[in-house]
Ligand binder design. Structure first.
Ligand code: FAD
Length: 310
C-alpha cells in the first residue's frame, strides 16, 4: 500500500487529527462531493434526485467507533428516524439503509457484540416493516467474525439482511463460498481499511484478482451479489458474468458511492441494471471522508487546492 494512503488511513482513526480537520473550516465543496449533507432532509433530497434517475439508494448515517452506550443508542434512533423519513417516499426496496456496527457499540469494552445486536435489531425490524432491508457494512479485520455472526443472527428472522465482504482479506474467498447461497445478499468491496500482510493482500493487482475471483463465486452461486466498486474492470467483469449466467436484472446490483462516477451510475441504470448509490449523511463525516481521500490521490489534491484557494 502506498505511503500516502497508509498515512491517510491511519489518520482516519486518530481522534486528535479528527479534531484538527473537522475544526478547520474545510471547504464544503470537497466534503459535499462525497456526503449528501448533515441532516436527514438533506439526505432525503439526494434520495429523491437519485430515484428520479432510476437509481436505488442505501442510506448511511455517518458515525463509527462509538465509545459509550448513549452514543450507540443515538445511532439506533438516527436510523429509525431515517426509515420513518423514507416511508412517505414509497420506494420499497429501492431505498434501504447501511449500518456500521461500531456505531452501535460493537467495540465497547464489555459486551459490545450484544449491545450492537440489541441496538441494530429494532432498525432491521423497522426496515422489514417498511418492506426494505439493512446491509451491515464491514469494518477492520478484527471485527469480521463478530460482524458476520451478527448478520447471521439477524438473517434468522430477516433473511434480506445484507453482509459485506472485503476482497483484500485472505479469508474472503472462503467467506464468499459460504455466503453464495440462496437468499443471501452480499456486497463485495475491495476493502477500505489498513490491514497487515498476515490477513490481507497488500498490492492492488492481488486485491483486484481476488475481487474478480470472489465476484465470480458470488455470481455463479445462488445469492444476490452486489458489486460495490467503481472500477471499470470489475464493472465489466460483472456485466460479462451476468450475460453468461443469464441472471435476471433484479438478482444482482451495481453499488457505487454517492458522488463517485455519477455518470456511470446513470449509464448502468439506463441500460436496465439495478444500481444502488451508497448515500452517507450526518455531521460525523471525518472517517468516511479520510477513507475517500486515501482511495484516490486526485481527491487529496482537490482537497488541498480547495484549502489553499479558500
Ligand atoms: P479502485 O481500484 O480503488 O478504483 C477504481 C477506480 O474507481 C479509480 O481509478 C477511480 O476512477 C474510481 N474511484 C475509486 N475510489 C474513488 C474515490 N474515492 N474517489 C473518486 N474516484 C474513485 N469498504 C469497506 O471496507 N467496507 C464497506 O462496508 C464498504 N462499503 C462500500 C459500499 C459501496 C457501495 C462501495 C462502492 C464501496 C464500499 N467500500 C467499503 C469501499 C471499498 O472497499 C473501496 O475502498 C472503494 O470502493 C474503492 O475501490 P474500487 O473498487 O472503487 O476500486
Amino acid at each position: 500500500m502506498p505511503v500516502l494512503q497508509k498515512a491517510l488511513l491511519s489518520a482516519s482513526r486518530r481522534p486528535g487529527l479528527r479534531r484538527v480537520v473537522t475544526g478547520t473550516p474545510v471547504s464544503r465543496r470537497v466534503v459535499d462531493r462525497f456526503v449528501a449533507g448533515e441532516t436527514l432532509p438533506d439526505a432525503l433530497g439526494a434520495v429523491r434526485e437519485l430515484a428520479a434517475d432510476g437509481i436505488a439508494v442505501t442510506l448511511d448515517h455517518l458515525g463509527e467507533d462509538v465509545t459509550d452506550r448513549a452514543e450507540a443508542t443515538r445511532s439506533r434512533d438516527a436510523y429509525l428516524a431515517a426509515l420513518d423519513g423514507l416511508a412517505p417516499l414509497g420506494l420499497g426496496r429501492a431505498a434501504e439503509v447501511s449500518v456500521k456496527l461500531s456505531a452501535f457499540g460493537q467495540a465497547l469494552p464489555v459486551g459490545g457484540d450484544d449491545v450492537a445486536l440489541a441496538l441494530v435489531r429494532p432498525v432491521v425490524e423497522a426496515a422489514t416493516a417498511l418492506g426494505t432491508t439493512v446491509t451491515v457494512d464491514m469494518e477492520g479485520s478484527p471485527t469480521v467474525d463478530s460482524t458476520l455472526a451478527i448478520v447471521a443472527e439477524l438473517r434468522r428472522e430477516h433473511p434480506g439482511t445484507g453482509a459485506v465482504l472485503q476482497a483484500m482479506l485472505h479469508r474472503t474467498e472462503d467467506d464468499a463460498r459460504t455466503l453464495a447461497v440462496p437468499g443471501s445478499r452480499v456486497r463485495l468491496v475491495k476493502g477500505a481499511y489498513q490491514e497487515p500482510a498476515t490477513v490481507a493482500h497488500q498490492d492492488k493487482a492481488a486485491v483486484d484478482a481476488a475481487y474478480a475471483r470472489c465476484l465470480e463465486t458470488l455470481v455463479r452461486g445462488g445469492g444476490h451479489p452486489m458489486a460495490g466498486t467503481h472500477d471499470p474492470a470489475m464493472i465489466d467483469r460483472l456485466l460479462a458474468l451476468v450475460a453468461e449466467t443469464g441472471r435476471a436484472a433484479d438478482s444482482y446490483e451495481f453499488q457505487l458511492l454517492y458522488g463517485i462516477r455519477p455518470e456511470e451510475q446513470v449509464r448502468l441504470a439506463r441500460a436496465g441494471h439495478t444500481v444502488r448509490a451508497y448515500v452517507p449523511y450526518g455531521a460525523d463525516w471525518y472517517g468516511y471522508f479520510m477513507r475517500r481521500l486515501a482511495e484516490r490521490p486526485a481527491n487529496l489534491q482537490f482537497f488541498l487546492r480547495s484549502l489553499a484557494t479558500r
